[in-house]
Design a protein around this ligand. Structure first.
Ligand SMILES: [Zn+2]
Length: 513
């Protein structure tokens, strides 16, 4: 298994070498669009590079640092230029930042993870690599493998430390685990742990008769997407893609694995279409691809782990790949492959639920209507949905933000964020929709799911390793302002929704007008 290259995901050019295609022969349709996008990305890269070269105060620079630019991400007229930092050639965890630019390459905003300078630190470890790997392994119940170990500078809060970063695979207290552990290279203390296994929930079955796009070769059909690479639907027992002599799939029986794949594959393809239609994102990973979907996990659960999505069963034995479940798991993958990686401080499950709800809304399938409940179709343990976005407290999760949310169990911690999403998209008292009680007694008018997820996705493109609810407030307000420059309606709704779930105003947040 290969560790996803979170910290150096893309590109290694410190100096931008850009090919400007502005004078290419005018082409039609998609080709012209690609030329414009390349032009826009090049302008953004140049604008960001000029800013970074001037070493502005906000970068918290120290001698010995270099800034490594990743691939520019474009979303409509906006461009996001992600950077990683090295200190004397060593990758810095928490040194990341994103420069946001408009179509002309003018810098609009800079999102910087680091909150203090590294200063001067030694680069010789006194704890050995092997000792650090052993300490990492001790964080699991049992270890089945070791992926990669590297020396890093850890700068995520507190003074920067020289550290070993190791990824171990095996079984944790909560089940399957791929855990990245950061161990202080001078003291052996565990500084940070990041779990890559994102547990979801703890003829199609849930989705009814649906249309799926498949591939065929030599007279055999495969449940594999013709437009999104690396997204087959497979039997988890053998990792074999479902195939057959015709393009007819499943039998409508929920315990049948091929049927389970129909639901999951339909939901995943719908999500990919939503991403391209609403958000201008190409595939779950941003470069046209995703991860294999495997139905057959022997657990009341589903998960994403950076390598695959596994779908388990409910208490009646039916596979649980309904649209909101598969779109949630793939949502973890979107989070994983946007700047800053998997969201932190209690926001990771909120991010995934937003993609579940947005996909369910986009699908608008009468067999699985958009409802802002999570897992209502699959009825995981026989007691209905597992989360409620318009009133999280009805299922025991917090409606309102407080500092302790960052330390709560990650699914419970989704409460305030899910509540924010519903209020921003639908509102507190929308006709024909469930009432959503606000934490400050206010009335919030929604701006629709499409605009809200568009703002949210653009906020994710400003994400750093220092993500949190307060940061998402800051980033979504900036995104609303950037995306809708001539209007304050969207900005005001986003802000009113954060106020309504008690996430307070942040230093440096945008204002409108
Ligand atoms: Zn999840």
């Amino acid at each position: 298994m290969k560790i996803p290259k979170r910290y150096f995901a893309v590109g290694t050019a410190v100096i931008a070498t850009v090919t400007v295609a502005a004078f290419a022969t005018p082409a039609s349709g998609g080709a012209r669009e690609a030329v414009v996008r390349a032009d826009q990305a090049a302008a953004a890269a140049a604008g960001a590079q000029a800013l970074v070269a001037s070493r502005p105060q906000m970068l918290m620079s120290s001698p010995g640092e270099d800034y490594v630019r990743g691939s520019v991400i474009t979303a409509d007229a906006l461009s996001y230029v992600p950077y990683e930092r090295t200190y004397r050639g060593i990758p810095v965890i928490g040194g990341d930042f994103v420069v946001v630019a408009n179509a002309a390459g003018k810098v609009l905003f800079t999102s910087v993870a680091q909150e203090s300078r590294i200063g001067t630190i030694g680069t010789s470890p006194s704890v050995s690599r092997a000792a650090a790997e052993a300490i990492a392994g001790q964080q699991l119940v049992s270890v089945s493998g070791l992926e990669t170990t590297r020396l890093v500078v850890f700068a995520l809060g507190g003074p920067a430390r020289l550290a070993w970063q190791t990824t171990v695979v095996g079984k944790g207290a909560q089940g399957p685990s791929r855990l990245t552990v950061v161990v202080d290279a001078l003291t052996g203390k565990v500084l940070d742990q990041l779990e890559h296994v994102m547990s979801g929930t703890g003829n199609g079955n849930w989705e009814g008769t649906v249309t799926i796009a498949t591939t065929s070769s030599g007279g055999t059909f495969f449940m594999s997407s013709p437009t999104t690479s690396n997204m087959p639907c497979q039997d988890a027992a053998t990792n074999t893609t479902f195939s057959g002599p015709d393009d007819i799939w499943g039998n409508g029986v929920g315990t049948n694995r091929e049927t389970g794949c129909v639901d999951a594959f339909y939901g995943a393809e719908t999500e990919a279409t939503m991403l391209s239609t609403w958000l201008g994102r190409n595939g779950m990973n941003g470069s046209g691809g995703a991860w294999p979907i495997r139905v057959g996990l022997n657990d009341l659960n589903a998960f994403y782990n950076g390598v695959e999505v596994q779908i388990g069963h409910n208490s009646a034995g039916a596979w649980i790949g309904a649209t909101d479940v598969i779109a949630h798991e793939m949502g973890h993958g979107i989070d994983d492959t946007t700047p800053g990686g998997i969201s932190r401080n209690g926001t990771q499950e909120f991010v995934a639920d937003v993609f579940g709800a947005a996909t369910e809304t986009f699908a608008n399938n009468p067999n699985d209507p958009p409802d802002f409940l999570v897992g209502e179709e699959v009825n995981l343990v026989g007691s209905g949905p597992i989360r409620n976005m318009y009133n999280p407290s009805l299922l025991g999760d917090p409606n309102c933000y407080s500092k302790r949310v960052a330390h709560q169990e990650v699914h419970a911690a989704a409460g305030p964020g899910n509540h924010w999403f519903y209020l921003a998209a639908i509102g507190s008292n929308a006709p024909g929709q469930p009432v959503s009680p606000t934490c400050n007694g206010s009335t919030v008018t929604g701006i629709g799911v499409q605009k809200t997820v568009q703002i949210f996705y653009n906020a994710m493109l400003m994400k750093t390793t220092q993500s949190s609810y307060p940061k998402y407030r800051l980033w979504t307000l900036q995104a609303a302002k950037n995306l809708f420059p001539g209007s304050c309606t969207e900005f005001d709704a986003i802000k009113a929704a954060w106020n309504a779930v008690s996430v307070p105003a942040q230093p440096g947040e945008a204002t409108c007008p």
